[in-house]
Design a binder for this molecule. Structure first.
Ligand code: NAD
Length: 483
């Protein structure tokens, strides 16, 4: 069992100020795999003080942006050879199937680091504009300050990199709070920061639960909160930030739709929905768990989806063939099985999977990949984020109805359209209210493209140039015209 008895504060591994620890439990074996120091509010005070000093007095925000780009590139180079180790850590702590962990959890974040570095290299950090009244205007991009970054357990490194790297490139200092389910990957990253010559205090990492998160969000030393998590928690974070007029960005929940048009190839669509709806064992904010299918070819599409769901290898997440691993925690397993029962009670037709445990499983928090058909958009399984491997097929009569159903939840994060006609697909993509969308692909979260939600899926954008701009303020300097 790993013992992580130090916190990463101000560039050093320090003992926590309290005696408590928490356990990290393997979702596959239910065994304790690590015991981790529990930070207290006093530790948050220390981390914020270190971040304040680094920001108010240190070199980091004052460096030429090219030097911060170089530091991020050093970090990416140090990260690269550790990828296999990191993938094993993430599979152990949150149960991600190892093949998906290697790519989605570990390698894509490395691409993101390099992509962000390239974007920062080409950003207009200072721009001169002719003033309306004859003077010159200098518009400078300046870092927003100390950032409190809070990430959930489902894509821990991916979401960490999506906040940390743009914040660093902007010149901010960061106090990162990973979830208690997934502290180990974050502390692994901490070990690289000093070697990348990122100055002490610029990054502190305290893995902890909600109370420490609440304390960090309300801390007067924090200038901006960058939050990823549930919509319920996001509302509280927004309220706390509003009370202190703190900048805040929120990446929240989703209930996205895959819209299948009547010219889509059934097998290709089902293959796409496998990724779009069930990646990471269904624990993805962007999961497209509502599959909207035309009544004219309903049976054909339901059959293709059922065959896909039934074919998914489910089990040991360390097996490279596994597509669906365990869910992160017992409470999550209970929640998802509860939703499967709710769907049956609501009158949806269970086509594949179900609330019983997968065959041969005697431990671990598994749920069978499950497909419901004949789902009505008003049912709870069609409205609420389940966060597990459960898909709902909702029939529609015509495109207008498909668009109405696609928008008929409180969320607006992701989505896709499946069609033989890209123009037809683009027409649908333009009309659905959502922050991101894919045409004949699960939305790919390309690092060049801004990512985020509308409606209850959040406020603000990560990734792309917009992802860095979220950590920048614009300062306008007016220079009197010389006569
Ligand atoms: P959660 O909201 O319970 O917790 C997320 C993080 O916030 C954790 O680190 C938690 O400790 C912390 N937290 C919880 N309440 C807080 C509060 N009041 N103040 C400060 N911090 C608080 O969510 P979860 O169950 O860990 O994660 C799953 C949720 O995250 C899903 O709803 C999913 O859709 C969402 N998510 C969104 C995105 C996105 O980019 N939009 C990405 C991944 C996950």
């Amino acid at each position: 069992m790993q013992v992580q008895d130090r916190l990463f504060i101000g560039g050093e591994w320090v003992a926590p100020s309290g005696p408590d620890t928490f356990d990290v439990v393997s979702p596959a074996t239910e065994e304790v795999i690590a015991r981790v120091a529990e930070p207290t509010p006093a530790d948050v005070d220390k981390a914020v003080a270190a971040a304040r000093t680094a920001f108010d007095e240190g070199p980091w925000p004052r460096l030429d942006p090219a030097e911060r780009v170089a530091a991020v590139r050093r970090l990416a180079a140090l990260y690269k050879p550790g990828r296999a180790e990191l993938a094993s850590i993430i599979t152990a702590e949150m149960g991600a199937p190892i093949s998906f962990a290697k790519l989605g959890h570990v390698t894509i974040p490395m691409f993101m680091m390099n992509a962000f570095a390239g974007i920062a290299e080409n950003l207009a950090w200072e721009e001169k504009r002719p003033g309306f009244y004859g003077q010159d205007i200098l518009v400078r991009k300046e870092p927003v300050g100390v950032v409190g970054a809070i990430v959930p357990w489902n894509m821990p490194m991916h979401l960490t990199i999506g906040k940390l790297i743009p914040a660093l490139l902007a010149g901010c200092s960061v106090v990162l709070k990973p979830s208690p389910e997934t502290p180990l990957d974050a502390y692994w990253l901490a070990g690289l920061l000093e070697r990348a010559e990122i100055p002490p205090g610029v990054v502190s990492i305290l893995a902890a639960g909600r109370e420490v998160g609440e304390y960090l969000v309300s801390h007067p030393g924090v200038d901006k909160v960058s939050f990823t998590g549930s919509t319920a928690a996001g509302r509280k974070v927004a309220a706390a930030c509003g009370a202190n007029l703190k900048r805040v960005s929120l990446e929240l929940g989703g209930k996205s739709a895959a819209v299948v048009l009547d010219d889509a190839d059934p097998a290709a669509m089902a293959k796409g929905v496998e990724v779009a709806g069930l990646m990471n064992s269904g624990q993805a904010c962007v999961a497209q768990t509502r599959v909207l299918v035309p009544r004219s070819r309903y049976a054909e599409y339901v059959d293709a989806l059922a065959a896909m769901v039934e074919s998914l290898p489910t089990g040991d997440p360390t097996d490279p063939a596994t597509e669906i691993g365990p869910l992160v925690a017992q409470r999550q397993q209970e929640r998802v099985r509860g939703y499967i029962e709710v769907g049956q009670k609501e009158g949806a037709r269970l086509v594949a999977g179900g609330a019983d445990l997968p065959a041969g499983v005697d431990r671990g928090w598994y749920v069978r990949p499950t497909l419901f058909a004949d789902v009505d958009s008003s049912m709870r399984i069609a409205q609420e984020e389940i966060f597990g491997p459960v898909l709902s097929v909702i029939p529609y009569a015509d495109e207008a109805e498909a668009l109405r159903i696609a928008d008929a939840t409180e969320y607006g994060l992701s989505g896709s359209v499946w069609t033989a006609d890209v123009e037809r697909g683009l027409d649908v993509a333009r009309r659905v209210r959502s922050g991101t969308f894919g045409v004949n692909e699960a939305y790919s979260m390309d690092p060049a493209a801004p990512f985020g939600g509308v409606k209850a899926s959040g406020i603000g954008r990560e990734l792309g140039r917009e992802g860095i701009e979220g950590f920048l303020d614009s300062k306008s300097i007016s220079i009197a015209a010389t006569r």
